[in-house]
Design a protein around this ligand. Structure first.
Ligand SMILES: C[S@@+](CC[C@H](N)C(=O)[O-])C[C@H]1O[C@@H](n2cnc3c(N)ncnc32)[C@H](O)[C@@H]1O
Length: 264
């Protein structure tokens, strides 16, 4: 990947030219990047992008590097939007289901909102983040991928202008407890603390989002949340307490409880 970057050549070219000598300046660039990688800098920061749901997203130190397990959050969102589209009467003009809407709270690089908008272009997709720098990256990604997403800056629901309710709300909020040793390991050392930890017990942001959701969802609307592998039971209890039905937890590809949701 680093050679692809310094040579601006695709993988196939590298395979076909595997005995070509490297120009000294290219070799020097490669060695500098390799040294940074050895010191722990994430590959996504060195190459400047990460693939998510088949889309190439620009990333920087201002955003969480999108994780494969978050693709499950997109899948659940799309399933809920599909159910919503079926419930909606077809428009006499377009023939499509009357526009369903989705809110992505804490969008970071825009990974979830952009993937939903591209997979379901009839949906109205809105995304928020507390970080201005993160929103700038998300906006750039949406533009590069021609995804139609409306972005708002601010804390959770407070970022939203007064408007109607959403059919689906999704979020992958910071859910690592402040004292969790993982925060000082691996890629996490290079990612924004505000994207990783709630500064408390790991459930503060999840609680806030769950408690506020009923005021922002339509009747029958769905809320889906990503959480830590050991938070599924607590998140399910919080959803039940807030009045959600059909509460369920989905496992990620590693078989860990990762996404919990329910409908109003
Ligand atoms: C775990 S990251 C998720 C990023 C992206 N949705 C993803 O899945 O790759 C959490 C995001 O929540 C944002 N965030 C943290 N506190 C927030 C708040 N009070 N209001 C809105 N967003 C917040 C962070 O800036 C960060 O972008």
């Amino acid at each position: 990947m680093l050679l692809e970057l310094v040579l601006s050549k695709p993988r196939e070219w590298l395979l076909a030219h595997d005995t070509d000598p490297l120009a000294p300046e290219v070799a020097a660039q490669f060695l500098t990047l390799a040294a940074r990688r050895r010191q722990g800098t994430p590959m996504a920061h060195l190459v400047g992008h990460r693939e998510f749901m088949g889309h190439r997203l620009s990333v920087s130190a201002d955003v969480l590097i999108p994780r494969p397990e978050t693709e499950l959050l997109v899948e659940m969102a799309l399933q809920s939007l599909e159910d919503c589209t079926k419930r909606c009467l077809p428009s006499p003009v377009t023939g499509n289901g009357a526009g369903c809407s989705l809110l992505d709270l804490g969008t970071g690089s825009g990974a979830v909102a952009i993937s939903v908008a591209l997979a379901c272009p009839t949906a109205r997709v809105v995304a928020t983040d507390l970080s201005e720098n993160a929103l700038a990256i998300a906006q750039k990604n949406a533009q590069q991928l021609s995804a139609s997403v409306q972005f708002w800056l601010g804390s959770w629901y407070e970022a939203l202008p007064p408007e109607g309710r959403f059919d689906v709300i999704v979020s992958n909020p910071p859910y690592i407890a402040l004292n969790d040793p993982h925060l000082s390991q691996g890629d996490l050392r290079f990612e924004p603390a505000g994207a990783l930890t709630d500064g408390a017990d790991g459930l503060a942001a999840l609680r806030h989002i769950i408690v506020g959701a009923p005021q922002h969802l339509v009747n029958g609307g769905w809320l889906w949340l990503e959480h830590g592998y050991d938070q599924g039971e607590e998140v399910a209890q919080l959803l039940l307490k807030a009045g959600f039905n059909a509460v369920q937890t989905k496992q990620d590809l590693a078989g860990l409880p990762r996404i919990t949701g329910g409908s109003l």
